[in-house]
Design a protein around this ligand. Structure first.
Ligand code: ATP
Ligand code: MG
Length: 398
């Protein structure tokens, strides 16, 4: 069983690549489900077929589903929210505030994730490919299981007291009416879910990029936070590379066939620059590349061609990389950021920090990093490079 989750900035090609991955996987003989968790669905457009809240078989072995999260929250948790609201009102809270407070933050995210988890655990599918919403929302989605636990703990304590005070008798007489009955199961499911989402043998996160500045920055930030939360990233996919732009995969990208159009030529040069940057900054993740198609990327033949350009003959369900592209370890009061780096010549390491950006220079080698908030607050104390790893120390502020 594999879960593949594509994330990246708005419009980079997440839906298209998720659909192409699922199609290739199905054609290799794996029963594959592609699910969209984005409220602004476009999976149906990409596959060029109507979809529903339940899985629909598109071609043999390929199933697709667009989850309607808001409906699900209302259907399953509306009763709980109504109950919470009325309890808060009984305690003297203003109606509008009580109803607002009764909404557990992140319920939508939890419902989306549980849907994926349930699809994955039915045993009906060999693979589940997730077409996620743009990065910010997806990161929120992925950090939700932890904060959810915190809310539920409070809510549970409070709920027990309230029920003892007012509703104990009702609960004993009509257990089927108990609005809190589903909660312990939900809490257990969320725990299992988190186990699955952080298990590198099951789940892989893939960052979709285009060779342009803002996209690369947001992608780098996603890798930083996925690593911080222990979610396994196994690849970066660079989509929409212009014809004539090539790279050796080690940060040496260039324009081999410059366009006669000066405007396009400038774009090619810019793309080559960012492609090279991606190959350096996302090391040691494997990088997959796909070209900017002149045709509209809609329908199965186009998706098949995209899968071929990204994966060649490879199976997109394979685990492409094992390990953490970066790691934070605690040493006393200090934090140490550990980065695997390619074979750079041993030289003086220069660190420049600007806000949450860290620039690492070792001889000719340059790498830009986006620090998580916990490190951005501190100064970089110094760095040591040995055994293919750079260790950057962030001492406690005094
Ligand atoms: N390699 C490509 N060549 C040409 N067009 C592409 C390519 N990849 C994606 N597209 C087109 O770009 C548009 C955006 O792609 P897509 O919807 O997959 O992005 P997304 O990351 O899912 O966007 P959103 O963040 O809005 O969900 C679509 O019209 C798609 O058909
Ligand atoms: Mg999309």
């Amino acid at each position: 069983m594999r879960i593949l989750l594509y994330l990246g900035k708005g419009g980079v090609g997440k839906t298209t690549i998720a659909a192409a991955t699922a199609l290739r996987s199905a054609e290799l003989g794996y029963r594959t489900l592609v699910v969209s968790t984005d409220i602004a669905h476009s999976l149906a457009d990409s596959l060029d077929t109507p979809l529903k809240g339940e899985p629909v078989e598109v071609v043999p072995n390929l199933f697709a589903q667009e989850i309607n999260v808001l409906d699900e929250v209302r259907a399953h948790w509306g009763k709980l929210q109504g109950y919470m609201g009325s309890m808060l009102r009984k305690q003297g809270m203003d109606k509008a505030i009580a109803e607002e407070m009764a909404i557990i933050p992140g319920m939508e995210e939890i419902v989306s994730l549980l849907n994926i988890y349930r699809a994955a655990s039915t045993g009906d599918y060999d693979r589940v490919v997730v077409d996620a919403a743009p990065t910010g929302e997806t990161m929120r989605l992925l950090t939700m299981p932890e904060s959810f636990q915190w809310y539920v703990d409070r809510f549970n304590n409070w709920g027990d007291t309230a029920i003892r005070m007012t509703g104990g008798l009702l609960r004993r007489m009509m257990p089927s009416m108990d609005p809190l009955a589903g909660l312990p199961k939900l809490v257990d499911d969320v725990k299992l879910l988190q186990g699955v989402l952080s298990n590198p043998e099951i789940t892989s996160y893939r960052i979709v990029l285009n060779p342009e500045k803002m996209v690369v920055k947001e992608g780098a930030r996603a890798v930083t936070y996925l690593s911080l939360f222990g979610y396994p990233v196994d690849a970066a996919m660079v989509n929409r590379i212009l014809p004539g732009v090539v790279s050796d995969g080690a940060g040496n990208a260039r324009v081999v066939e410059p366009s006669n159009d000066p405007y396009l030529h400038r774009l090619q040069e810019t793309q080559a620059r960012y492609l090279a940057e991606i190959e350096r900054d996302f090391y040691p993740l494997p990088i997959f590349r796909s070209g900017w198609s002149g045709e509209e990327m809609v329908g199965l033949p186009q998706l098949r061609a995209l899968a071929a350009s990204l994966f060649g003959n490879d199976d997109p369900g394979r685990i492409f990389f094992v390990g953490q592209p970066q790691e934070i370890v605690e040493e006393g009061d200090d934090f140490v950021l550990v980065l695997p780096l390619p074979n750079v010549e041993l030289n003086k390491v220069k660190l420049t920090k600007r806000g949450d950006e860290l620039f690492v220079t070792i001889g000719n080698f340059k790498r830009e990093l986006l620090l998580p908030a916990v490190l951005a607050q501190r100064d970089a104390g110094g760095a040591v490079f040995s055994g293919g790893r750079l260790r950057i120390r962030f001492p406690m502020k005094n």
